[in-house]
Design a protein. Sequence first.
Length: 100
Amino acid sequence: MSSLSEFQELIRNRYYATDSARGVPGTFMWFIEEVGELATALQENASGRSPTPEQRANLEEEFADVLAWMLTLANICDVDMERAIEKYTDDHRSPDGVKH
C-alpha cells in the first residue's frame, strides 16, 4: 500500500456495504472503541522502558485500526481523506510549527 488514497479505496471496496448499513453513529462507536485500544497501547509503551516486541506490534496494529476506522467514517461520509489532508496542510501552514 503506497498511499492514503489506496488504503481508503481498499477499505471502501472491502467494507462499504456493511459500513454504510451500520451508519455513522454505529461506525463512530467502533472508531471510538479503537481509539480506546490505542490509548491503552500507548500507555503500555510509555513506561520509559523499551517496549517488548509484542507491545510494539500491538501499538502498530492499534494505530492501523484507528486509521482504518477513520477511513471507514470518511467513506460513509463521502470524504476523500487525501484531498482533506492536502487542504488541511495548505490551511494550517505556520511558520512557528504550531497547529492553530
